[in-house]
Write a protein that binds this ligand. Structure first.
Ligand code: ADP
Ligand code: ZN
Length: 814
């Protein structure tokens, strides 16, 4: 093999590049290497080897980063799949699997060379650069770029190199994360014998070195080396005494690697498995039977959709399935939708598998991430828990991947490339490893349920809720019509029934959760008298308020109307720009119930590490009566003392200009409702809405997933939305609105031309339209949607310049 395809760590590298392998290096797939790229040296990962170069002129690989491959062949294969499916640069996909802190840069340093050249012929810039280098003895390329500009620096340095006035060397950026080591003290061998120690002690006493004598005595009594830290706890001035003993050659001090354990603050007593309920038993058996029948074959991956109502004991089914695969010598991964929820899951899993659980997420310190990663790689744990990125833990013998609350949108990486969906990657990884996948939810993603209906996934159901009262019904839900509240003169955000229910819960010493869907704050306009919402006559999605233009704009087709004063339906002046914040609700609750203890949970209050866990623990331990929160409170919390769940407004989500707004709202409503009544007492749910007849609200109030699914699937089929088609979202961002729009229109035309050339039927291009977050961080964003059974095909023939983001299978269209 003389050539290597290398995925290079550079934003401009959209595909792998061919490099020649110098004879002195032995290069393998999955290995990290240094390669010249433009004027720089960058890290890259070898993804393929070949005898023939795929291009004529190739550069040589400069060096190896590590002697052995950092990635396994399975990992490189998974990365290739991710980069092909999500149209992302290959390095981005590979980087998901690299050890924490692995990515480093090589920095070029410029030094003066021994030269007798006459400097008078140099340009002022060349002299300036030489001057800087002389002053610093050696200057880094970034320093010089900063001094005279990036372009200029490159040119001038090349000229000086040509004149042999300077030399260039490469140095690696400092290692960001290192293993943590602590010093341990060990007796030097001969003094380990009793008489030797006695003689040494006597000598020390003679010199009045009593402390050293004491330490020496203590060390002879130990069977294992003792850490300096430990000695410090027992003896004053221990480290000075250790140093003295060391200089007398009586002890040696060695640094020993220790693990920074992110779970060390947890103390969970091991707990035995409870007796399964009959439905759990049946679920476990059917999962087990399929795994035995189909599993453990590479290329196959049985996928289970565990459809169980809230509180039906899905976690116990996960734990049993894990126990089984662990006893077969395999390991598992359990994904949770939010870092904030790892705590609850880690506790439950640790008490079943004490000491065998690892956790991986970005909330850990860099050192903890590094150690956890190593700990997993060395095969010390059976289960890894974490958000979507935990999928890339270096686990061997993978037997099972669990995705809890599989409908959650957080499983899609949206903010950066690769824009992957953890569910789809999990299924691919399972296929490559011969593992099984369990997707669990009370409100499955429409796509997942559709696959289960088609027979692609095995549907496993848990229909009853388990509480300390035994099987019990889901909480009773009532719908409050907010138009009636207004008629009765109540302009606050809490209806009379909700106020009464809060009062009742407080009097009984129970807890309440109030949920607010903040997505879409102040974006759509609604009449508070008749409930009218401005919608696009063509697309029927809600119009979005653009205050700069004073217009309401359709984010699908760009239809727009000016903002008016009165409602076009009832002509009254009760138009409201929607947006009630958690803070407002908190103020209102404390106004009505000054004695109630309130907790607000949203991104504004959660700033510190562990803050989520502390807040949740406070609430669980009943240090507060009412929890007011956004999305977070809708995600799988098990809080037995909560008897009331109130939804401040079901409409925020419903009127969101997205084809999935119905699905999303249904899921949120059911999940929030699912928080109430999980303990000894029955629960109650109140949904406040201006659209009491909406089928989403109605179905949620009946806990009727199937009813909702049927309606939703009809709608998707009729309008050709996923799962009946696939979408690709193309977003272009630029600081100038006009340029941004024009570029979006240019690409739109290119795509239309391609479509015409190929005579593609079944291929829609939607847009260009402004993105929902139209102006984000000072940049305007315009977007296009491609919709077809295979929309990626057209993009292989259209080149998108820098600035375009590609999102394959976006979770939403706003
Ligand atoms: P889900 O994840 O389906 O919402 P959980 O797994 O949180 O449900 O279970 C709900 C409650 O029922 C938890 O408090 C759990 O401890 C309890 N539970 C689950 N299975 C059993 C069982 N077999 N016996 C007794 N309690 C159970
Ligand atoms: Zn429209």
């Amino acid at each position: 093999m003389k050539y290597a395809e290398v995925a290079v760590n550079s934003p401009v590298s959209r595909s792998a590049f061919t490099y020649a392998i110098p004879a002195r290096l032995s290069v393998h797939v999955g290995q990290a290497v240094w390669v010249p790229f433009g004027s720089r040296i960058l890290q890259g990962i070898v993804v393929e080897l070949s005898d023939q170069p795929s291009v004529e002129a190739t550069k040589e690989i400069a060096d190896l980063v590590t002697d052995t491959p950092v990635l396994s062949s399975r990992q490189t294969e998974l990365a290739r799949w991710i980069s092909e499916r999500y149209l992302s640069p290959p390095f981005d996909a590979l980087a998901l699997m690299l050890p924490p802190g692995f990515e480093r840069q090589a920095i070029a340093y410029i030094q003066l060379a021994d030269s007798q050249m006459d400097l008078s012929s140099l340009t002022p810039e060349q002299r300036q650069v030489l001057h800087i280098i002389r002053a610093k003895k050696k200057a880094s390329l970034p320093e010089l770029e900063k001094a005279i500009g990036r372009r200029k620096a490159g040119q001038v340095i090349d000229q000086l190199l040509d004149h042999r006035l300077v030399t260039k060397t490469l140095e690696l950026e400092r290692v960001k994360i290192k293993p943590k080591t602590v010093p341990y003290v060990k007796l030097v061998a001969p003094t380990g014998r009793k008489e030797g120690v006695e003689a040494e002690k006597a000598r020390l006493h003679k010199r009045r070195a009593y402390k050293q004598a004491q330490l020496l005595e203590f060390l002879t009594e130990q069977t294992q080396p003792v850490s300096v830290n430990e000695l410090g706890k027992r003896f004053t001035h221990a480290s000075a005494a250790v140093k003295a003993l060391e200089s007398r050659n009586l002890v040696t001090v060695e640094r020993v690697r220790v693990r920074r354990d992110p779970l060390s603050h947890l103390s969970v007593p091991p707990s035995p498995a409870p007796l399964l309920t009959p439905s759990q038993q049946a679920a476990c058996e059917s999962i087990h039977n399929v795994i035995v029948r189909e599993g453990s074959q590479c290329g196959r991956a049985p996928v289970f959709l565990l459809f169980g109502v809230t509180g039906s004991g899905k976690t116990e089914v996960y734990l049993r399935a894990l126990t089984q695969i662990i006893s077969a010598g395999k390991r598992g991964i359990c994904l949770v939708p939010e870092i904030a929820l790892t705590g609850q899951t880690v506790e439950r899993f640790s008490s079943r598998f004490p000491g065998r659980v690892a956790v991986l997420h970005s909330g850990l310190s860099a050192g903890e991430q590094f150690d956890e990663w190593q700990w997993i790689k060395e095969g010390n744990c059976d289960v890894v828990i974490g958000p979507r990125s935990a999928l890339f833990a270096p686990l061997t013998d993978l037997g099972l991947i669990i995705i809890d609350e599989e409908h959650e949108w957080t499983y899609k990486q949206e903010d950066k490339s690769p824009r992957y969906h953890a569910r789809d990657v999990a299924i691919k990884l399972a296929q490559l490893s011969g593992a099984a996948v369990i997707l669990g939810s009370a409100t499955p993603d429409i796509h997942s349920f559709h696959k289960a209906q088609q027979g692609e996934y095995h549907l496993v159901e848990l229909k009853e809720r388990i509480t300390p009262r035994g099987y019990s019904p889901l909480p009773e839900v009532s719908i409050v019509d907010l138009r009636e509240e207004l008629k009765a003169g109540n302009t606050g955000s809490l209806s009379r029934s909700l106020l009464a229910a809060i009062k009742e819960a407080l009097t009984q010493g129970e807890q309440a959760i109030l949920f607010l869907n903040r997505r879409g704050t102040a974006t759509f306009v609604r009449c508070r008298s008749c409930g009218f919402v401005f919608r696009c006559p063509r697309c029927s999605i809600a119009l979005t308020h653009h205050s700069a233009q004073k217009r309401l704009i359709c984010h699908r087709c760009r239809y727009s109307v000016p903002v008016t004063q009165s409602c076009p339906q009832c002509f009254r002046h009760h138009l409201r720009f929607l947006g009630v914040g958690t803070q407002r609700v908190e103020e209102e609750v404390s106004h009505f119930f000054p004695e109630a203890r309130l907790l607000r949970w949203d991104r504004d209050v959660i700033t510190r590490r562990y803050a989520h866990e502390e807040l949740l623990n406070d609430f669980r331990n009943h240090k507060a009566d009412v929890l007011i929160g956004t999305q977070m409170v809708a995600k799988g919390l098990d809080l037995p003392q909560v008897t009331l769940a109130g939804i401040i407004s079901a409409d925020t989500g419903l009127n969101f200009p997205d084809f999935r707004s119905g699905e999303h709202t249904f899921q949120l409503l059911c999940q929030v409702a699912g928080r109430a009544g999980r303990g000894i007492k029955a629960g109650k749910v109140i949904i406040q809405t201006y659209s009491p007849d909406n089928y989403t609200v109605q179905a949620a109030a009946r806990h009727d997933y199937l009813g909702f699914y049927e309606k939703e699937v009809d709608y998707r089929r009729r309008y050709n939305y996923p799962p009946f088609s696939r979408l690709i979202r193309l977003v272009y961002s630029h600081i100038h609105d006009e340029l941004c729009r024009r570029e979006a229109e240019r690409v739109h035309r290119l795509i239309l031309d391609e479509r015409a050339r190929d005579d593609m039927i079944d291929f829609d291009v939607i847009g260009p339209v402004p993105a929902f977050a139209f102006r984000a961080r000072g940049r305007y964003r315009w977007q296009l949607f491609l919709r077809s059974p295979a929309p990626a095909r057209i993009l292989s023939r259209v080149t998108l310049p820098q600035g375009w983001n590609i999102d394959v299978d976006p979770v939403g269209t706003v």
